[in-house]
Structure formats: structure tokens, C-alpha cells
Design a protein around this ligand. Structure first.
Ligand code: SAH
Ligand code: SF4
Length: 390
């Protein structure tokens, strides 16, 4: 293994616990500025020797260069004296995750295999549509939750991504799309979904800090209404997500009975369907204009009967949830225990929900030719390594 960071302990499939993990120090001792709040940048500048007034002014300028202009080289910061630019470069860095591989699908979807500075691989996907462009961002390397239909859940390698690595994904996408400086109109990258690798609510602090930067009006400037956080149902963190981040919520429900959900989303054994739906009903900011999305992966003969669809409608009504349902055709991967439901079955399931007055679109899988589709974000590099070792 090339990675040299201690791994976050994996606490088990049913009752994983979030493990706090300090930011990894860069080998050269310089401080990464990406991912720090404005106040934190200022404090770092003072700690490196700038007096308070200077630090305040420079922090503001740096913020603009980093997040509005997309600059990662201090030498380009024309409103800072040349000598001081050199001093900055000795003490600080503005970096991006390293790109190992970038692929473009025949349908325009792009996938990046990225590497953290300490050698862990993770992935990011950009999905262009007629009226929007959605970046699917990862929150962890791997995932501790082991949902049985999800390829990411089979990965052994896990650590939380740091704020710099989460914001860094958005910045890298902007680099690739040529979208600097930040501007309010005419962007290709308009939406963000925290639906890449990992469970964002098991990396709460880093995801929150990163999204605050993404939403900052002086910086990347994406509205919280255009950001969606997807959780498999980490009930105790859902209230805080609403209060402290305030983005749209998506919940990976996938089943309507305890028996089936226990099997396919093992976290259900800890936080059951009732508890989860109560937390949805209490989610701050959810209303008819901002609905909660329920994701439902269509698994043949497992969760896809008409009766399951009717029960889904009953549950949404019982908890009075402002809801929409996203039906996701299962993306098979080698060794998966399930198959995707037939098209007719998916249509029938969707119709039952739709006829109850709830929107239930079937998601079109995107980027299948480059393994970019949902739940396939397990790095090609890992597969290649394993092949080489075999
Ligand atoms: N951990 C979070 C977010 C990442 S997963 C969560 O589970 O919500 C993003 C979405 O992809 C989830 O709804 C997940 O259930 C779905 N997904 C995972 N594997 C899939 C697969 N093989 N086919 C289709 N959807 C999948
Ligand atoms: Fe983790 Fe989400 Fe995959 Fe479940 S579906 S294993 S929570 S990434």
C-alpha cells in the first residue's frame, strides 16, 4: 500500500461510530490554506508572524484570490508586495487534490480519480444536463457502513476527507471547466450533491466546514438551495445538518420494511425506519418548496413490489413529509448480491407513487461506460492494484 497515513478504525457494520481525526500535517511543514475559515486563515497568518491589522487585510485578499479567482500560486497575487508573496509561499500552500486520472463518458459525464496528499484514492463525478451541471462530491475514502448493494461499502480503506479535500473537489472541477473567476450567472457547475464516496454525516465537522466555504458569497458562492446532502440515515446528526449547514436533504431509504432495510442498509438495525422518518419530519427547513428526496435503489424481487410502493406512500403520508422519491436503477458490480429490477417493474412502482401525488422520477444512469454511476465509485486504481497483485 502506498498510503502512509494511519487508517481510521472501522467500527463495524451495524454500529459504526464517527472517529475524530486530526488534520494530517503536510510533510514540508507548510500550512494548507484551502478549507480554513476566514478567521482561521487570519489566525494562521498571525501565528506565522504578521501583525493583527496586516493579517486581517491579507486574509481578506487571500480569500478573494483563492475562492473567487481560483489562484493557487502566490506569485499571481498582484495586490500583494512581491517580497511578501515569497514569504507566503514559504509558509503556506493552496492546493488541489492530485488528479490521477480524468475520464469523459460518451454522455458527457466526467469522472476524476483523485489522490490525497498522503496517498489515498477517491473519486468525483460531474454530470452535465441541459439546465444544470451537478458535481457529485465524496466525503470519505471508502465508507464504514457496508450497504449491501453499494460498491463503495466494500472498500477496506477508510479515512475522513478533510475540509481542504472536500472544497478542493469543487475547486478542481472549476479549474477543469474553466469557471474562474466565480460569477453568479452562466456557470456549468450549478449544483452539488454529497453523494460520492462515504457517509457525509459520519464526517460532519469537515463536511460542514467545507460546505460553509462553498456557500460563502465572497467565494465559491453556491446557494444552499443548490446543494444536497445524502445520508443513509445517521439520525442523531440530521438535526444538526439542518441547523448548521441548511442544505437540501436526501435520505437513502431503499426499503419500507425492517426486514429488508436491515439487510440492505445495516445501519437500519441501529436507527430504524420510524426513527428515521421522524427525524425527516423534524428536519429544519423542509417544506413543500424544499422537499426531502427519498432515494430508492430498485433491487429485483427485494424491495420493488407494488405493495412496497404502496407502503412507501403510506409512510410518507403518515409522517406528513414534504417528499419526492428518486428511483435509482441498481448499478450492478462484480460480486454484487442483487440484480436491477426490470423496466416494467420500475415503471409500475413509479406510477403508484406518482398517482398518490408524489413525484417519483426514475434516474437515468449516467457515465456507465466509465464506471461513474451511483455506487460504483470504487477506484479503478484499487482494482488495478489488486489485479497486479493477483
Ligand atoms: N452515503 C450516502 C451518500 C453516498 S451514496 C448515502 O448512502 O446516502 C449515494 C447514493 O447512491 C445513495 O442513495 C446510495 O444508496 C446509492 N447507491 C449506492 N450503490 C448503488 C448502486 N450499486 N446502484 C445504485 N445506487 C447506488
Ligand atoms: Fe456508504 Fe452510502 Fe454506500 Fe451505504 S450507500 S455503503 S452509506 S456510501
Amino acid at each position: 500500500m502506498s498510503a502512509d497515513t494511519p487508517l481510521m478504525p472501522i467500527a463495524g457494520a451495524i454500529d459504526p461510530v464517527p472517529v475524530p481525526r486530526a488534520a494530517t500535517k503536510r510533510a514540508d511543514g507548510r500550512v494548507e490554506l484551502v478549507g480554513l475559515s476566514k478567521a482561521h486563515i487570519r489566525a494562521e497568518l498571525e501565528a506565522a508572524g504578521l501583525e493583527a491589522g496586516q493579517a486581517k487585510l491579507r486574509a481578506k485578499q487571500l480569500w478573494h484570490w483563492i475562492y473567487n479567482r481560483g489562484v493557487s500560486d502566490f506569485a499571481a497575487m498582484s495586490d500583494i508586495a512581491k517580497a511578501q508573496r515569497g514569504w507566503f509561499a514559504e509558509h503556506f500552500v493552496i492546493s488541489r487534490p492530485e488528479v490521477v486520472e480524468a475520464q469523459v463518458s460518451t454522455d458527457g459525464t466526467r469522472k476524476w480519480l483523485l489522490k490525497t496528499h498522503d496517498g489515498h484514492d477517491f473519486e468525483m463525478v460531474f454530470i452535465p444536463d441541459a439546465d444544470r451541471g451537478t458535481l457529485c462530491v465524496s466525503s470519505q475514502v471508502g465508507c464504514t457502513l457496508n450497504c449491501r448493494f453499494c460498491h463503495t461499502g466494500t472498500m477496506q480503506l477508510v479515512r475522513n476527507l478533510e475540509p481542504a479535500e472536500i472544497v478542493g473537489q469543487v475547486m478542481l472541477a472549476r479549474d477543469a471547466l474553466g469557471e474562474w473567476p466565480s460569477q453568479p450567472e452562466g456557470r456549468l457547475l450549478t449544483n452539488i450533491v454529497m453523494m460520492g464516496m462515504g457517509e457525509p454525516l459520519y464526517n460532519f465537522d469537515n463536511v460542514r466546514d467545507a460546505l460553509k466555504i462553498v456557500m460563502d458569497g465572497d467565494g465559491l458562492g453556491l446557494s444552499r438551495r443548490r446543494i444536497t446532502l445524502s445520508t443513509s440515515g445517521v439520525v442523531p446528526m440530521m438535526g444538526r445538518a439542518g441547523e448548521e449547514i441548511g442544505v437540501n436533504l436526501a435520505v437513502s431509504l431503499h426499503a419500507v420494511t425492517k426486514e429488508v432495510r436491515d439487510e440492505i442498509v445495516p445501519l437500519n438495525r441501529k436507527y430504524g425506519i420510524e426513527q428515521l422518518l421522524e427525524a425527516c419530519a423534524a428536519y429544519p427547513g423542509a417544506n413543500n418548496a424544499r422537499r426531502i428526496t427519498f432515494e430508492y435503489v430498485m433491487l429485483k424481487d427485494k424491495n420493488d413490489s407494488d405493495e412496497h410502493a404502496r407502503e412507501l406512500v403510506r409512510l410518507i403520508r403518515r409522517y406528513r413529509l414534504p417528499a419526492k422519491v428518486n428511483l435509482i436503477p441498481f448499478n450492478p458490480w462484480p460480486g454484487a448480491a442483487y440484480e436491477c429490477s426490470d423496466e416494467d417493474r420500475i415503471r409500475s412502482f413509479s406510477n403508484i407513487i406518482f398517482e398518490a401525488g408524489i413525484s417519483a422520477p426514475v434516474r437515468t444512469p449516467r457515465g456507465r461506460d466509465i464506471d461513474a454511476a451511483c455506487g460504483q465509485l470504487k477506484t479503478a486504481a484499487e482494482r488495478k492494484r489488486r489485479k497486479a497483485a493477483a
